[in-house]
Write a protein that binds this ligand. Structure first.
Ligand code: PDD
Length: 293
């Protein structure tokens, strides 16, 4: 089955999908993106992703390439044409094509690319296997609430994790607090049993999965503290996990080579994964989608 991509108004074979060499996304990383999960045929968190896209576009003063309703039609069509039952949708909007010059061009049309990719269905056992995380300095800019395609620090951090046989790198800010992973949000269950994740601000990307987990955990009667935590607190934690549209709720069992808790997936992490899956089945995403920093 040939994959199909959407590029600026046209559905094209994925292998031929291309943008212009002077697309400002290519030359300046002048663009934003979203990654949607598709689970059992359902697009997850669509309102959340579109609201966050609205935030990213407006902060960068990039025009919507299509109306929100038209964008949803194209996203669903790409899922349909690629026969994706489980997988992800990648959507990217850039400021468009213009002769290379730093200021915003006087005239440019926002460029839109949407692709979809199949993956295996969510496997709870695999998510419960537990992965390693390392900690690294956060060298990113000060607007991490914007889902910019400028991901070089994230790419370098993820590669550093891979080089250390770890799954993810937790970035640590200048004050010594964990911000988030390179493509995931970071969570711990402290030695006292508190579930903690960093509060939303311009220092992190407020994950759509993060918002769903906050709501699912609250509904399940689990208290959450939204505040920064240090790597030392994480090392002393009972449990840790990460969240994202592609990792869902994934257990972390080692940080910087040291076992967390008893080295096995924690009890609360297990409960939260179950609560998250149930929540997705019931609501398909977070109810609150209007807070992006
Ligand atoms: N990453 N933090 C960062 C820096 C991210 O890049 C992401 C998502 C998240 C989690 O957000 P969400 O729950 O909305 O997926 C947090 C996507 C998956 C990516 O870059 O591939």
């Amino acid at each position: 089955m040939a994959r199909i991509a959407y590029v600026n108004g046209q559905y094209v074979p994925h292998r031929n999908a291309a943008v212009h060499v002077e697309d400002r996304g290519y030359q300046f990383a002048d663009g934003v993106y979203e990654v949607f999960a598709v689970m059992a045929g359902k697009l997850i968190g669509e309102q959340g992703h579109l609201d966050r896209l609205a935030h990213s576009l407006s902060e960068l003063r990039i025009k919507w390439p299509l109306s929100r309703a038209a964008l949803m039609v194209v996203i669903k069509e790409i899922v349909r044409r690629n026969h994706v039952r489980d997988g992800l949708v990648y959507l990217q909007v850039t400021r468009g094509v213009a002769p290379r010059d730093h200021p915003f061009p006087a005239h440019s049309e926002s460029a839109l690319v949407i692709t979809a990719r199949k993956s295996d269905p969510m496997d709870k056992d695999a998510l419960r296997t537990g992965v390693d995380v390392i900690t690294i300095p956060d060298i990113r800019w000060q607007r991490c609430d914007i889902k910019s395609v400028a991901l070089l620090p994230n790419v370098l951090g993820k590669q550093q994790a891979r080089d250390a046989d770890a799954f993810e790198a937790w970035q640590v800010d200048n004050e010594g607090y964990v911000t988030e992973g390179t493509s995931t949000n970071a969570w711990i269950v402290t030695a006292d049993g508190d579930l903690v994740t960093r509060n939303a601000s311009t220092s992190i990307l407020n994950g759509v999965t993060r918002l769903s987990v906050l709501e699912a955990a609250t509904d399940a009667g689990i208290d959450i503290m939204e505040r920064p935590f240090t790597p030392e607190e994480a090392l002393a934690a009972r449990e840790a996990f990460i969240t994202s549209s592609t990792s869902h709720v994934k257990a972390v069992t080692r940080i910087d080579g040291q076992s967390i808790g008893n080295g096995h997936v924690g009890e609360l992490t297990n409960r939260i994964l179950d609560a998250y899956v149930e929540y997705m089945e019931a609501h398909g995403g977070p109810r609150t989608t209007d807070t992006w920093n």
